[in-house]
Design a protein around this ligand. Structure first.
Ligand SMILES: [Zn+2]
Length: 87
């Protein structure tokens, strides 16, 4: 839905020695994960027409979104705190 966040969490396969401490709790991680955040937005009508897709088509944007590194649990909790625009 328009304004909804999309979160993906992936391992970097490395510890805090490579990526630094957790962005959320500031502690060392034996395995650092990365949270990628994107959100849906409705294409402006003019863009939809240019791309020959239906009016109201949703696309993903990284505008005003953040990426974080840290513990998987910390990232999952952080993602839950991110509110969708129309809630
Ligand atoms: Zn943490």
């Amino acid at each position: 839905m328009n304004g909804d966040f999309v979160h993906t969490i992936k391992t970097t396969g490395e510890s805090s020695h490579g990526y630094g401490n957790c962005d959320i709790c500031g502690k060392h991680c034996t395995e650092v994960f990365v949270l990628d955040e994107a959100r849906y937005y409705q294409l402006p009508d003019i863009i939809a027409m240019e791309r020959n897709v239906p009016i109201g088509t949703l696309a993903l944007t990284y505008a005003n979104c953040e990426s974080k590194f840290g513990h998987k649990n910390c990232l999952e909790n952080y993602a839950k705190t991110r509110k969708n625009r129309y809630e």
